[in-house]
Design a protein around this ligand. Structure first.
Ligand code: XMP
Length: 516
């Protein structure tokens, strides 16, 4: 994959495993320079073909001496391309160029005080003599290779940074890409802008312009179809394609009836009224309710909803004449597989779309070089509203996964109303947007209560609100009691059929964020 930015100076991040490469790639982009991740087995020829402005070698979990430790063709060091190596990347640079890495068992993990011993180093321009850095290594360089100068140290690590400025080879034992390294981003910027000389021109406007050019080139006069879900990715794809090819784009919004309150109306308002996009709204709620009647198994619900989505979508797509392309919101992390033996190999998503027999569209994936936060920034720049750009994660099968047991129209209506109250109250309270995700769940139980003089036998609503960075782990949000009390009162007073509200105080693990 070459991406959509061939005309831009590109930095290749060479991945030696673990999670570091994606973080480095993002930091480079934050410095307004385009970056892509490549596997450590990349050949000299491939690097020549891609013609990068610089390479950054990532850290990795292996020891350079371990059997099967990831290596890179040493000839790459002789190509005259500026290289910056971090941690494992530094050790590899030292080893290949004649330095020494003594086998000691003295590692260094966590915060360390970094002392600059060569203040003239261009990498450390503006960095104070003493600052904090983040270390995570066992091995380290004992002797820098010939031609290199040692430029920084910590108490434990004598060679915390080294450079051969003449050959533009730089390396740090610490991790400038992590936020714990106080001046890390300054060092990355110094390398990119001052040492390599790449101007900081990779901006959102620039990304949009080059993506739009690329779409036009790829699509020509052909017609494109795009499935719109109301989520960030498909919305940004639609808005970008519309900017590029106008009415050669048709969007299909399959409304399965499991959306949150007013969400469908919002999608129609934004894409039809604001963007003037040719949008087919398929109201498939009845069809879905029939198919889901009596189904209680969560996996079965997901399968039914997924299969029906594609059936409805392809029914519509094949009714249109002359459509050649199907647009998809594949993102960069879906494309690059980090770590392991096949790191940075391109994953194929193409076989995930269940084309019915005799039906085929070529795929166009305008977001496949972008990270999620970049996609949001592009969306905002294109004029998509905040509710879409900063939308919380929402399962494809929608409220179906938040109704435990069978799904009926009445239950959907109850949940929608209660969920709207939860969202409104927490949204108004959480002005700093610190809560990752919050919603209501309708379990498959009823209990006795009393309202006025009457005994009730009705459903509870479970409120779920979690703090998280990436949904892999999560903690239940410590919402103030007053807020919980207000939500509880409102839900019971305003939503028929609910007589109790519970707050979920389970973290993930052992729980999950969703209830299914
Ligand atoms: P769990 O429940 O596994 O959820 O802790 C982790 C995150 O994934 C979201 N989620 C989904 N997102 N399609 C999506 O796009 C889905 O089918 C889906 N199921 C769960 C969930 O909301 C949480 O943020």
């Amino acid at each position: 994959m070459t991406g959509y930015h061939e005309e831009q100076p590109t930095v290749l991040v060479v991945d030696f495993g673990a999670q570091y490469a994606q973080l480095i790639a993002r930091r480079v982009r934050e410095a307004k320079v385009f970056s892509e991740i490549v596997g450590h087995d990349i050949s000299v020829e491939e690097i020549e073909r891609r013609n990068p402005a610089a390479l950054i070698l990532s850290g990795g979990p292996a020891s350079v001496y371990a059997d099967g430790a990831p290596k890179m063709d040493p000839a790459i060091f002789d190509m005259g391309i500026p290289i910056l190596g971090f941690c494992y990347g530094m050790q590899l640079m030292a080893l290949e160029l004649g330095g020494a890495i003594p086998k000691t068992d003295i590692g260094e993990y966590g915060f360390a005080e970094l002392t600059i011993i060569e203040p003239e180093s261009a990498l450390f321009e503006g960095v104070p003599e003493a600052s904090q850095c983040w270390m995570s290594h066992r091995d380290s360089v004992g002797t820098a290779p010939d031609g290199f100068t040692v430029t920084a140290r910590t108490e434990i690590t004598g060679v915390a940074a080294m450079e051969d400025a003449g050959r533009k080879l730089y390396a740090t034992q610490f991790h400038p890409e992590v936020a714990h390294t106080e001046h890390g981003q300054r060092m990355i910027r110094a390398f990119l802008h001052n040492i390599v000389g790449i101007p900081p021109l990779w901006t959102m406007v620039n990304i949009i312009d080059s993506t739009v050019d690329r779409i036009r080139e790829q699509v020509g006069d052909d017609h494109v179809i795009c499935g719109l879900s109301g989520g960030v990715d498909s919305s940004v794809v639609a808005a970008l394609l519309h900017r590029a090819i106008g009415d050669q784009l048709t969007c299909v919004y399959v409304d399965h009836g499991m959306m949150r309150l007013n969400e469908t109306e919002e999608v129609l308002r934004v894409f039809r009224d604001q963007f003037n996009i040719d949008l087919i709204h398929v109201d498939a709620e009845d069809r879905y309710l029939d198919l889901l009647a009596g189904v209680t198994d969560p996996e079965r619900k997901r399968t039914i909803i997924g299969e029906e989505f594609w059936k409805v979508f392809f029914d519509e797509a094949t009714k249109l004449k002359g459509v050649k392309w199907l647009a998809q919101g594949t993102l960069y992390p879906d494309v690059v597989e980090s770590g392991g033996k096949n790191n940075a190999k391109i994953k194929s998503h193409h076989n995930l779309i269940p084309f019915p027999p005799g039906v085929h569209f070529d795929l166009i994936e305008p977001l496949r070089t972008l990270f999620k936060d970049e996609v949001r920034a592009v969306g905002a720049e294109l004029g998509l509203p905040d509710e879409i750009v900063h939308r919380q994660p929402f399962p494809g099968p929608g409220l179906a996964v938040r109704i435990i047991g069978d799904i009926t129209r009445e239950k959907l209506d109850m949940l929608r109303e209660a969920d709207a109250i939860v969202r409104e109250e927490i949204f108004n309270w959480d002005t700093d947007r610190e809560v990752w995700q919050y919603f209501a769940v309708l379990p498959d139980i009823r209990s006795v209560g009393v309202m006025g003089d009457e005994r009730t036998y009705a459903h509870p609503i479970i409120v779920r609100a979690v703090a998280s960075a990436d949904a892999m782990t999560a903690d239940w949000a410590r919402l103030p009691h007053e807020l919980l009390a207000k939500m509880s009162n409102r839900i019971i007073n305003e939503v028929d059929g609910i007589n109790r509200v519970a707050y979920d105080i389970t973290s993930k693990p052992p729980g999950t964020i969703e209830w299914e």
